[in-house]
Design a protein around this ligand. Structure first.
Ligand code: ZN
Length: 201
């Protein structure tokens, strides 16, 4: 039995189930909702249901969207022939926000992780081969994260897509901007030396 009336206790419990929200934050948020005008609770409840009802996967790139195909897949102005493969919608957004990449994406919604029982069938790979053919893809950028799972996923994809006449590239891994070599871990340094680029013609 909590110290608050049961409806408030229930709200606190629900908020505390969300990632990154502990009991303290959940209590603070719940008390805020209680004190605020009814309008806030109604908009919040509607928004929660809206994401469940209106957001789905784009049938081409598997990014989240409220219209299928998504605006990026429909955008005629995007560079054709190049596809950037990312782990999830967060990574897709980060690359999009960098403004450097002008092609289209393919969102995997995960990485291979044999120890956790995540195999290729759990990733959104279904239409990748069809896309490559249909969209006349010439280059695939493997932009999975530089973690053990991300690397395993990148090399799985490189194997799967190899021998199809595609240019397959991996994002460069190494020293970050503003970094200091003295404090870099040896794995990062190794990667940055391996992926060094030529500065003179
Ligand atoms: Zn799409």
């Amino acid at each position: 039995m909590g110290i608050y009336p049961p409806p408030l206790e229930r709200l606190i419990e629900q908020f505390s189930r969300l990632p990154g929200i502990g009991l303290k934050s959940a209590t603070r948020v719940s008390l805020h909702v209680l004190k605020s005008p009814r309008d806030l609770a109604e908009t919040l409840a509607r928004s929660l249901l809206d994401v469940k009802e209106k957001i789905r996967f784009c049938s081409r790139c598997f990014n989240f969207t409220d219209e299928d195909p998504c605006p990026i897949c429909c955008d005629e102005g995007r560079e054709i022939g190049i596809l950037c493969v990312v782990e999830g919608p967060g990574e897709q957004l980060a690359i999009e926000e960098s403004g450097v990449f002008k092609g289209r994406y393919h969102v995997l919604h995960g990485t291979l992780s044999p120890l956790d029982g995540v195999g290729p069938e759990d990733l959104r790979l279904g239409n990748l081969l069809t896309r490559i053919e249909k969209e006349k893809i010439e280059e695939i950028i493997l932009a999975t994260n530089p973690t053990a799972e991300g690397e395993a996923t990148a090399s799985f994809l490189a194997d799967m897509l190899g021998g199809k006449g595609l240019k397959i590239t991996r994002i460069a891994l190494g020293v970050p901007m503003g970094g200091d070599l003295k404090y870099m871990d040896s794995m990062t340094l190794r990667h940055s030396l391996k992926s060094r680029v030529r500065v003179t013609p």
